[in-house]
Design a protein around this ligand. Structure first.
Ligand SMILES: Nc1ncnc2c1ncn2[C@@H]1O[C@H](COP(=O)(O)OP(=O)(O)OP(=O)(O)O)[C@@H](O)[C@H]1O
Length: 752
């Protein structure tokens, strides 16, 4: 009988191998087709009239996208098969595939026909008899695993048994990059992934419950299901740091989706890459919605009525700018409701008109001449005194200048923030020209809203682009000579002017994808926004994100218990209520796929001992409890080194993270790098090194095979007694946790 099962298994494996080989053949065929089509379009690209070129451009970019998608889905192209009660057989994979004559070969995992692969159970079989997992190695099928959803089939000797596809996926060594979970999405995750597009959906879940994975697969699902709408408007994914974005950036391309915009909180304002806000008090002060009023007052303070009348020279004449004139112009300009820089046009127009009037009357009485108003207006406009007075009263401002001056000039800050006391003002003040911090980003955004376009900058940009255009036309003139030959080659008539060529080059060089255009444009309205580690966001940061998606279509994932910043929310309701009231759906994920139970339980104990009221997710794996080494202060570095060495051996090619208090990252990083040259990375984008040294904040959202954690008490103290950072650090390992402590141990850890 055992032999029969083995024979059946071998037969089944052979069947699947043949099918999978055929799918890969089809994939290769499609790639070859698209490559040829793209080459043909490129060959003909430089010829024809403007419209033809635009069409060819569109084709080229379509073929490029499709080719990129076909290239990206090679790894585990197919992973499932559904056998229906009707005898239908359906393969499920990363994309949909069909034969040349449109016979379906494989269903896209996001299609409705594939949903049963994730959702069918023995109780609710959804018309499915058997679900088969295909576990691939390269392009070959390594193993099969069947879930029988029809009790009658349980006796069927042809049913295969193998290691669970899920456990196989979970036991893979970490690579420093997140991979997709498309082959093993669980039912509670799938329900969230396929939830409708509109509205705000919050996914709360403990560490390792797959929130990030779910958020990314949901983005891919929404792009598939609402392609037309979301392709144009785009999807924005916001994460806590650029190292986190680097960690997740390969997931969507592997799901066949490119062109999603990713941004950390530090990069949300185009043109500014903000540094961390080190002081929790300063961060706190900048985080509340009252800051929107502070920025609004700061802008209004820059619309000033002088205390006294000013005499201004216009050639040999004098005009007087009275407070009354300025006030009237200011009120009228404000009444337009336009942003500061745009309303300035109204202000300037009114003041110039009043002064022109004055000058006209003055000349009329002194010389009896009635002057042409347009000449007078020009004289007034050109006068240096007038220009200075106008700027003093209503200066055109960039958001960067406004925020820089707000925090570097005491009188601006005191006037704009009358509710703050002297110590708070002191905490906010800093030298002019200081780098912008993450907490400044929402203030810059607020300022940009209230200031509007800086016209001067617009003028400068236009002048620059005209200069560029002239240069490009000169180049094009020279290039034309060479072009004629290639135009003939593609059968074009060769009548192309230099400026057409310039246009064409500009169009191809700057053929921005929606994603690129969106990244550069602060006012871009996204179709959907995904926010990861959302528990960290301050009210002002939420305000920016709400502005980025006026339709308020959000997927928000996070864990309130992991909050590590001074400005984090205490509940989802607190975080979202100011923007959407009660109108958000809350889902919960309850299974921990990452951290072994023994480690997860220790982390929960520590969190509870620190007063955090949390429910622990159920862990899928057992594992060993953490091991704590108490050492003297002088032995700390040596002990960390020893632990890292032994962990490296134990995880055998996997990744070890050394999570240390923030101020010790450089010291420990350097000590390890010296002992283990070439193996150690520190900070952003070094997550694929075998050993990574980082702070708990930077470890947020990441995972490693083993973690060596230094001074848990210091991590606890890092956020003013909050346990979030320590809880995060303890829940990063997929296998092992080692703790080194010279200082005391937090409650809950002393039993190890
Ligand atoms: N259905 C699944 N199949 C396979 N692996 C999964 C599944 N769900 C989650 N995982 C894995 O579990 C790990 C944790 O997932 P993820 O990082 O998304 O969790 P998280 O909830 O965002 O964690 P944290 O809050 O700690 O950042 C990842 O390695 C992920 O690939």
């Amino acid at each position: 009988m055992a032999e029969t099962v083995a024979t059946m298994a071998a037969e089944q494996l052979a069947v699947e191998r043949a099918y999978v080989a055929m799918l890969y053949d089809r994939l290769d065929e499609l790639r070859a087709e698209k490559t040829a089509e793209l080459a043909a379009v490129r060959r003909s690209e430089s010829a024809g009239n403007h419209q033809n070129r635009a069409e060819r451009d569109a084709f080229a970019s379509h073929y490029e996208d499709r080719l990129a998608q076909l290239e990206a889905v090679d790894h585990r192209l197919v992973f499932g098969r559904l056998d229906t009660h009707e005898g239908d057989r359906r393969y499920v994979g990363r994309i949909g595939l069909a034969t040349q004559d449109h016979q379906r070969l494989m269903v896209d995992w996001r299609a409705r026909e594939a949903a049963a692969f994730y959702q069918a159970t023995a109780q609710n079989h959804m018309g499915i008899r058997r679900r088969r997992h295909l576990i691939l190695e390269g392009r070959d099928v390594a193993a099969l695993e069947d879930d029988v959803l029809d009790p009658e089939m349980l006796d069927d000797e042809g049913v295969l048994h193998g290691e669970g596809a899920l456990l196989a996926a979970l036991n893979q060594k970490r690579t420093g990059r997140m991979s997709d979970i498309v082959a093993t999405i669980q039912a509670e995750q799938d329900r969230i992934i396929r939830a409708p597009l509109p509205g705000v959906r919050v996914v709360q879940g403990g560490p390792g419950t797959g929130k990030t994975a779910v958020a990314l697969h949901r983005a891919a699902y929404l792009l598939y299901e609402h392609r037309e709408r979301l392709r144009k408007a785009g999807v924005l994914i916001v994460g806590p740091s650029s190292s986190f974005l680097w960690y997740i950036e390969r997931v969507l391309p592997a799901l066949g989706e490119t062109g999603v915009v990713m941004s950390s909180l530090a990069e949300l304002f185009p043109g500014v890459v903000a540094v961390p806000e080190r002081d929790p008090q300063t961060a706190q002060l900048k985080s509340g919605l009252d800051m929107a009023d502070v920025v609004a007052r700061a802008v209004r303070d820059r619309q000033k009525v002088p205390a006294q009348a000013q005499v201004l020279r216009v050639d040999t004449h004098r005009v007087t700018l009275t407070p009354r004139i300025v006030k009237r112009a200011r009120d009228r300009a404000r009444a337009t409701g336009k942003p500061h820089n745009e309303a300035r046009n109204t202000f300037v127009k009114i003041v110039l008109r009043e002064l022109t009037e004055q000058l006209g009357e003055h000349l009329n009485t002194t010389s009896g001449n009635v002057m042409d108003r347009s000449y007078l207006a020009e004289d007034i406009r050109q006068a240096r005194d007038v220009r200075i007075a106008l700027n003093l009263a209503w200066m055109p401002l960039s958001p960067q200048t406004l925020v820089d001056q707000l925090f570097s000039k005491r009188h601006y800050l005191e006037s704009a923030a009358p509710h703050l006391d002297a110590a708070q003002i002191e905490a906010l003040l800093r030298p002019a020209g200081s780098p912008f911090t993450v907490a400044d980003v929402p203030l810059l955004d607020e300022a940009a809203e209230l200031l509007g376009d800086l016209e001067q900058a617009g003028v400068r940009r236009r002048a620059e682009s005209e200069r560029e255009q002239r240069k490009a036309t000169d180049n094009a003139e020279r290039a034309l000579q060479n072009m004629h030959q290639s135009l003939e080659d593609v059968g074009a008539d060769g009548i192309v002017t230099a400026s057409q060529l310039t246009d064409f080059n500009a169009a191809t060089q700057h053929r921005m994808t929606a994603a690129e255009a969106a990244t550069a444009d602060r006012t871009w309205a996204y179709g959907h926004v995904v926010v990861d580690e959302a528990q960290e966001l301050s009210p002002m940061q939420w305000r920016v994100l709400m502005r980025r998606c006026p339709m308020k279509s959000f997927t928000v994932v996070g864990d309130i218990a992991q909050a590590g910043s001074a400005t984090a929310a205490h509940s989802w309701r607190d975080a979202l209520e100011p923007f959407v009231g009660e109108r958000f759906a809350l889902d919960e994920l309850t299974v921990n796929y990452r951290t072994p139970a023994a480690i997860a339980e220790a982390a929960v104990d520590v969190a509870r001992a620190a007063g955090l009221d949390i429910s622990a997710p159920r862990a899928v794996r057992e594992g060993e409890p953490p091991v704590v080494s108490r050492v003297g202060p002088a032995e700390v570095v040596g002990s960390v080194l020893d632990q890292v060495r032994s962990e490296l051996e134990l995880v055998n090619g996997g990744l070890v993270a050394v999570i240390v208090p923030e101020d010790r990252v450089p010291e420990i990083g350097a000590a390890l790098a010296e002992e283990m040259p070439g193996l150690v990375g520190a900070g952003v984008r070094r997550l694929d090194r075998q050993v990574v040294v980082l702070s708990a904040w930077d470890a947020k959202g990441l995972e490693f095979d083993s973690v060596v954690l230094l001074e848990p008490q210091a991590l606890l103290d890092e956020v003013g007694g909050g346990v979030g950072n320590l809880y995060v650090a303890m829940t990063r390992p997929t296998q092992r946790l080692r703790i080194v402590a010279a200082a005391g141990l937090p409650d809950g850890l002393d039993r190890f």
